[in-house]
Design a protein around this ligand. Structure first.
Ligand code: NOJ
Ligand code: CA
Length: 669
C-alpha cells in the first residue's frame, strides 16, 4: 500500500512537461512528437529523416456514458525505455526476429474535473511506429463510442486499399487511387508518397477490442472508425486494459514493408509454452471439386466427403508426401440454406457415408492426418456451445489442425450476448475478437492449430498463440472458380504489399489445370508454383484435383518439394500491384527457393544470386514460363530445366504476361 501511495505521489509530482515531447528511433531515422494544442487536444506527428510524414494528428476517444476523452489535457511524461532484443519464431518467414526500438510513455491528464488520465505509449523503430492507449484502472468500466485516432498523411500519395463495411467483408479486389480518393478503407492500407516512401497502416494485437477501419476525412487525413457492436458501445471493457497498437510500417522500397517485423514485435511473446506440436505442413483435400460444382458439401449423389473419396485423397497424400487431407462437408448441417443461418451445424456428427473413425485410422497408418473443418456460417451461437465436444473429438482422432469458417454477410454474425440473447455482430467487432481467441486457446489445450476463413483480420497474434497458423481474409483461389470477376493477374502482387503484411494467408494455390468453373484462371502454371514462395503461410494447400496433378506431374514436383517453413526471407524486387520476387531459405536444409510473379505485363529481371551461400554450389531447378506463355491464351506453356549456379551468378528471370517463375536451389553436399 505504501509503495502504491509513493508511486502515485511520484506521478502527481511529475511536472507538466514543456511540449512537444519527442522520441526518435534507435538510429534516428524516425521521430515522433507528442503535443497538446491550444484547446488541450493531444496530437502526435511523425517525421522521417527530417521530413514530415504524418502531420499533427488527434488522439482520443468518445465514450457512450461519460464525457469524451479528447481535450483539456496536459502532458506529463512518465517514462522512456530502449529495447534491443532478438527472439525466435517457432515457425515463420524467418527464424530470428530483431526487436529494436525506443519507447515513450506519455501520460495525458485532464486539467479540470473529472481530471481523468490516460497513457499513450509509442514504440519507434527505424522502420516504423506503433502506439497504443492504456486505460488505467481508475477509469473503471469503459464504454467506447469511437476512437478518434487520426493519421494525417503529410505528403501527396497513391493508395492501395479495399473498402470497409461492405457485404463481402475482406474479399475485395484492391483499389489503386490517389490517397484523397480513398473511401473507408480496411487495414492494412498501403500508400506510396509521390517522392517514393511506402507506409502501411494497420494494427497489432487486436485483443478484446473492435477492429479499426480508416475513414478519409479529406486532404490526406484519416480517422479511425471502429467496427460496430450490437451493444451500442463499440468497445466495452473494464480498465485497466490497453488498446491494440496502431501501426505504420515505413520503408523506401516496397519490399521493405514485407521484410518488416513491426507487427510481430508489438505482440506479446508466446503464451502457450512448448509449441513444438505446431507443425507447418502442406495439405490436399476435398475442396476444389466443391467449388467447381463437381461435388457437393451437402448429402446426395455428389457428396464429396464420402469414405471412398477421402481414402483416395489419403492415398494420394501418402504417395506424394503431404501431411494433411482437408475434408469439407463431412458433418451434419450442410442443408440447402446453411449459408443463410448455420443453425443445423453439428460439429461432432458426421454424415453416414463419412466414416470419421475409419478415415482417421486409415490416415494414421499411412502417416497422413485429416484436417478438420468447422464451417459455422457465422452462427457462433450454435458453434460456441459445441466447441469443447468438437475439439475433444478431433483430439481423440489425432486431428491437429482445423479450418474454421464464418460465411455470413457483413454484420451477419449471430452471437449469444451475456444476457443469453442472440444478436447480430460484425466479423471484426469486439465480440468476434473474443470469439477467435476463445477458439484458438481452447484448441491449444488439445494441441490443435487453427486456420479461420472469413476471419477477423490478422494482427500478429500468431506470436502469442503460435497455433493460430493462418487465415483467409482476402480474395483467395476460390474466386478463380466462381468469382465475378475472377482474380486478375495483378491480384497477388497487390496482396503481398497489403493483406500479407498482416500475416500468413491460406490462399490455397496450385491449380495447375488453370480451369475454374466454366471460366479460365488468369495465370500461368509457373505462376501457380511461384505462389508457394510469394504468399507466405505455414500451411499450404495443393488445391487442385488429384486427376489434375496426375496429368501435370512435372510441374507438380515443385509443389511436392517446396517447404512451408523458412529460416530467412527477402524481397529482391517488387512494386505494389506490378510484380514481386521473393527468396526464402528452407528452415530444415541449406536449400533456397525463389518465387516471382507479375501482373498482366511481361517482365525481364536480372537476379543476382548473392543470397546463396558464397562458395557453395547449387543445382537450380527452374520452373519458368515458356516462350509462348500468356495468362489468357497459353498458361500451360512451362519450361522445366536445371543448371548449376553459385552466389556469384546472375540469373535472367523472364515472366510472361500474367506469369511467374519458381526455382528450387538445391545445395550440393
Ligand atoms: C468459404 C471458404 O473460404 C472456403 O474455403 C470454404 O470451402 C467455404 N467457405 C465453405 O466452408
Ligand atoms: Ca472465403
Amino acid at each position: 500500500m505504501r509503495l502504491v501511495l509513493a508511486l502515485a505521489a511520484a506521478l502527481l509530482a511529475t511536472p507538466v512537461l514543456a511540449a512537444p515531447v519527442t522520441v526518435s528511433s534507435p538510429s534516428g531515422v524516425i521521430t515522433v512528437a507528442v503535443d497538446v494544442n491550444g484547446e488541450g487536444r493531444p496530437e502526435y506527428s511523425v517525421s522521417r529523416l527530417g521530413t514530415a510524414i504524418i502531420s499533427p494528428s488527434r488522439l482520443g476517444f468518445l465514450l457512450t456514458d461519460a464525457p469524451k476523452l479528447e481535450r483539456n489535457f496536459t502532458i506529463a511524461e512518465a517514462g522512456r525505455r530502449s529495447v534491443d532484443d532478438r527472439w525466435e519464431q517457432p515457425w515463420g518467414e524467418r527464424r530470428f526476429v530483431r526487436d529494436r526500438h525506443n519507447e515513450l510513455r506519455v501520460r495525458l491528464s485532464e486539467k479540470t474535473p473529472p481530471g481523468r488520465s490516460i497513457d499513450v505509449v509509442f514504440r519507434v523503430f527505424d522502420d516504423g511506429v506503433g502506439f497504443r492507449y492504456e486505460f488505467p484502472a481508475a477509469l473503471g468500466q469503459v464504454n467506447i463510442a469511437e476512437e478518434i485516432t487520426e493519421f494525417a498523411v503529410a505528403q501527396p500519395a497513391t493508395a492501395w486499399w479495399i473498402p470497409a463495411f461492405q457485404w463481402n467483408r475482406e474479399e475485395y479486389l484492391y483499389n489503386k487511387t490517389r490517397l484523397t480518393e480513398v473511401g473507408i478503407a480496411q487495414t492494412p492500407m498501403t500508400i506510396r508518397t509521390d517522392d517514393g516512401l511506402h507506409i502501411a497502416f494497420h494494427e497489432a494485437s487486436l485483443v478484446d477490442y473492435s477492429g479499426m477501419q480508416l475513414q478519409n476525412e479529406g486532404n490526406g487525413r484519416f480517422r479511425a472508425i471502429l467496427t460496430p457492436s450490437s451493444t451500442g458501445a463499440k468497445v466495452s471493457r473494464a480498465a485497466p486494459f490497453p488498446t491494440p497498437w496502431r501501426t505504420m510500417q515505413i520503408a523506401d522500397r516496397a519490399g521493405g514493408l514485407v521484410e518488416n517485423d513491426l507487427v510481430l514485435n508489438l505482440n506479446e511473446p508466446n503464451r502457450l509454452g512448448d509449441v513444438s506440436w505446431v507443425e507447418p505442413f502442406k495439405y490436399v483435400g476435398v475442396w476444389w471439386a466443391m467449388h467447381l460444382d463437381k461435388e457437393s458439401w451437402g448429402p446426395g449423389p455428389k457428396h464429396g466427403a464420402n469414405t471412398a473419396n477421402v481414402k483416395r485423397y489419403i492415398d494420394f497424400a501418402a504417395q506424394h508426401g503431404f501431411r494433411g487431407v482437408l475434408v469439407e462437408g463431412w458433418n451434419e448441417g450442410w442443408n440447402d440454406d446453411w449459408f443463410a443461418n448455420g443453425k443445423d451445424f453439428s460439429f461432432t456428427r458426421s454424415y453416414p457415408d463419412f466414416d470419421i473413425e475409419e478415415l482417421a485410422r486409415y490416415g494414421r497408418a499411412k502417416g497422413v492426418r485429416l484436417v478438420g473443418h468447422h464451417e459455422t456460417a457465422g452462427n457462433i451461437a450454435v458453434y460456441e456451445p459445441q466447441l469443447d465436444a468438437a475439439f475433444d473429438l478431433y483430439e481423440r482422432l489425432g486431428i491437429d489442425a482445423v479450418k474454421t469458417g464464418y460465411v455470413a454477410d457483413m454484420g451477419g454474425i449471430q452471437a449469444t450476448g451475456p444476457d443469453g440473447k442472440v444478436r447480430f455482430e460484425w466479423h471484426e467487432g469486439q465480440r468476434m475478437a473474443q470469439h477467435h481467441l476463445k477458439v484458438v486457446t481452447e484448441a491449444a489445450e488439445r494441441k490443435i492449430a487453427i486456420n479461420p476463413h472469413e476471419p477477423i483480420k490478422d494482427t500478429g497474434l500468431r506470436r502469442t498463440y503460435p497455433n493460430w497458423v493462418a487465415r483467409e481474409g482476402a480474395r483467395g483461389m476460390e474466386f478463380n472458380a466462381w468469382g465475378q470477376p475472377p482474380n486478375p493477374p495483378e491480384h497477388e502482387a497487390n496482396l503481398v504489399f497489403t493483406r500479407m503484411l498482416a500475416g500468413p494467408m491460406d490462399f490455397t494455390p496450385g491449380i495447375l489445370s488453370l480451369d475454374g468453373r466454366n471460366q479460365p484462371i488468369l495465370s500461368t502454371q509457373a505462376k501457380q508454383l511461384a505462389l508457394y514462395v510469394v504468399l507466405y503461410s505455414p500451411i499450404q494447400m495443393a488445391a487442385d484435383l488429384i486427376e489434375n496433378y496426375q496429368q501435370n506431374m512435372r510441374p507438380f514436383q515443385f509443389i511436392k518439394d517446396v517447404p512451408a517453413d523458412w529460416s530467412e526471407s527477402r524481397v529482391l524486387y517488387g512494386e505494389i500491384g506490378d510484380f514481386v520476387t521473393i527468396v526464402r531459405k528452407d528452415r530444415r536444409s541449406e536449400n533456397w527457393y525463389l518465387g516471382a510473379v507479375t501482373d498482366e505485363e511481361s517482365r525481364v529481371l536480372e537476379v543476382p544470386l548473392s543470397f546463396l551461400t558464397p562458395g557453395k554450389r547449387y543445382r537450380a531447378q527452374i520452373y519458368r514460363d515458356g516462350p509462348n506463355a500468356h495468362y489468357r491464351t497459353n498458361g500451360k506453356d512451362i519450361v522445366i530445366e536445371e543448371r548449376n549456379v553459385t552466389a556469384a551468378d546472375m540469373l535472367t528471370v523472364r515472366l510472361a504476361p500474367g506469369g511467374g517463375q519458381a526455382i528450387r536451389f538445391v545445395a550440393a553436399r
